[in-house]
Design a protein around this ligand. Sequence first.
Ligand code: DGI
Ligand code: FE
Ligand code: FE
Length: 410
Amino acid sequence: MSTCKTALLGGTFNPPHNVHVDMVKFALEQLHFDRVLVFPAADPPHKDVAEKVSAQVRLELTRLAFEGIPGVEVSDFELRRKGKSYTYETLRLLHEQQGEGEISLLMGQDMLETTPQWYRGEDLLRETPIVVFPRPQLEGEQRDEELSSLVEHLQSAYRARIIVAGFPMQDVSSTELREQIRKGPLPRTVPAKVLREVLAKGLYGVRFDVSRGRTEREAELITLLSKRLSEKRLHHSIAVMEEMERLAQRYGLDVARARIAGLVHDCTKDETFENQLRLCEEFGIIISDLERYSPKLLHAITGAAYARVRFGLKDEEALGAIRYHTTARANMTLFEALLYLADYVEPLRAFEGVEQVRRLVDDRLEEALLTALDATIGELVELGSLIHPDTLAARNSILMQSIKENCHAV
Ligand code: DGI
Ligand code: FE
Ligand code: FE
């Protein structure tokens, strides 16, 4: 018989978000479960799941959210079941299928409060170990006591076996997430792969077209860009525009100007190498040898000129930020740094290391920049690519800045 330590997380997952992922990772890494079964709920027979996202689609989104995390199985068990999916019944059927191994339930504090009222809830509490994730503590609130008295009560009334996870379950409202997806700024708290699928399927009423522009000027630019960029690149550009808004608010930059820079930053990205060279000639840009051998770098240089000449963009700071958005440079302005980072962390980005920079970007700008530059340089070395001196100078200038600060402190 298997003695595998299993946990189960059920939910609607409409959409799945990072709190779900973090709870599951915590169970695997800190509580040493061997596996976590994730069970998206079936469509309830008499009422629509919000926004009519079918169980099959929620299952697909949930699979994307947990993809690549060893030990997680996203299961269509609930979807294949006939009748109502009472947790007690689900557990009973699972035990029938797989024999002895114990299955614990993962849940948030809110759910634990209502468990005794569930279908056969008292039996469930007697038979099933539970891991409860506490509500985040608000300043001055006595949540801890509330939770411990609830746990004590359930233990003495039902001999429930309850573990309180040392990891709070942030309050995330799915309704708000869907609203943010629809209206922007795109949330950072939904995995990028999930967001991309939501966009591809147009779920939750999301549209990534002119309607995403907030002013006539933005709408006009989106129309122009949609003729020059692939759909994927246009989505990225709109996501950078919205990320710029978030960062501009955070760091006191003009939001309207920041959004425009984000929107147009990659306006020549989809041009061929020949066209890039033609644009350089047309705009009188002289490029270095190194730039000629690093075609990926040209779009930042031609993009700034194109935005100035063809889009009539007059904001010199924004144009400068576009010019250096790929390589960065020494002693960047705040505008330049924010565009470089918005491009790196926008919510549709899914590459390795992006989460680390996302965690830093709101509070530790320099560290975020340094981490992003280090990762890029590391990757370029790995690929055997050329490294532009501006990229190295950017990194060096941040390091020298922090050395200077440390020296003053001594
Ligand atoms: O245009 P995006 O894809 O949104 O992003 P980007 O403008 O930052 O371009 C990213 C690419 O540019 C990525 O493949 C890494 C590459 N890159 C960044 N700095 C350098 C660089 N490539 C070379 N050869 N040298 C650099 O210094
Ligand atoms: Fe770019
Ligand atoms: Fe970009």
